[in-house]
Design a protein around this ligand. Sequence first.
Ligand code: ZN
Length: 474
Amino acid sequence: MRDNHPLPISLVPTPTRQFNRAFDQRQSNRQSTLPALKLVRSTDRDDAAPAAPPPGTEPPRFASRALIYKQDPTVEEIGIRKILLNGAFQEGPRSARIEVRGVSPVAPNAMNDFIQAPGTEGFDTVHTFSIVHEALAMCQRTLGKPIRWQWNGGGDSTPIEVFPRAGETMNAFYSRDEQCLKFFFFEAPGPTPATVFTCRSFDIVAHEAGHAILDSLQPDWLDADADPQCGALHEAFGDLIAIFLALSQSDQVEALIVQTKGDLHNKTFLSDLAEEFGLALGRDNGLRNADNDKRMSEVSSEVHDLSQVFTGGIYDVLADAFELERGLGRDTEAQTLMRVSQTIFSLVLEAFRSAPERNASFADVVSGMAALCPKEGQGPGYRRAILNQFARREVIDVKAAAGNKKGASIASVRHAHLGVKANGLQDRSGCCGTLRLREYSAADRAFAGEVKALADGLGGRKATAGGTQAEAAE
Ligand SMILES: [Zn+2]
């Protein structure tokens, strides 16, 4: 068609002679320039494929938002906060590691977020799930690897079950046999009856999740016939998880710095468990007993009493390390506190993990922490704080602490009054529900021991090669 109607040449714009000369000039210049530089990101090395992130640190592909209580709802100035849960979540909420049970499942909204109204069962369900998830995630981030539950392994990847409404009693516990965390509710004593839900306490949920996590890393530490310090380390670990989990939340840390002017020994720093929550954990003032001056000679062998020496020592180390770093002016106070608490928590967690499998003592964990302190930067200052604080509390020998070389074992101080009871078991009368569960009480082992002792006893029918005497006579 076009051929039939050719455009007149006068209508076709053609380059002028000047244009052609300029074009040739530009082309010849272009030939002499270097090839364009390959675009690389500042983190890439030349011609190297980007390094794969270490296992467990791959960027999450899924995430959901959730609402939780900042602290116990009965504590003044309680707030609600949004958190981002990294991972893939299903109705429940449910993840590959954690399943909520015993309540109506909560469905995610169209944005895959779990948003419920405060004060409802749905809110409590999301809150409880979220804190267990966050406690586990914090430990996994710190160790750089996923942490299995105690029963996992050998193809078993059964998740832990979490019961926000486990029943009506004043209790909360972690059970290895039932593979679950149970949070109960009860009517608060007092003139105005009100139901207290233990799952609403950030501290209680974090504390019990701590027992579950430590039971995976150190499965023999819950045995009631171990040294009382071993049980006390379990109780202390639960409290430390609650403290360090609170300190991993930037809005919480910011508020705490403002509220206390950066004084970690200001009592408002730590959450005060409401009295009724305290009853559920078997104590009167929640985490506030973390800031104490108790020494080994001042406590009894009751496991929770004993645990306060260790928790208090770690808390003092945190306060010392914060003082060491806050004057450097590199970061804001809140940023400094978050960074310091991450460092101290990683020392704590690594030292718990590498401590002896049975009868671990406070001194074992303290030595582990001191050995893990880096030599450069603030490391020597951290190490000094660890040794000084635990020498002051009569956990380690002062002279050994003063002259200790990095890596050498640190002498523990013997305290004759801190042994097991006459029956060979720990006194756990002041502990949370976990340590008072029968499954860790060594009762079954004691039972088996008695049966064995009976077999070696006097009297009864004598066994012969062909059976008992009676059978042989027949
Ligand atoms: Zn406990």
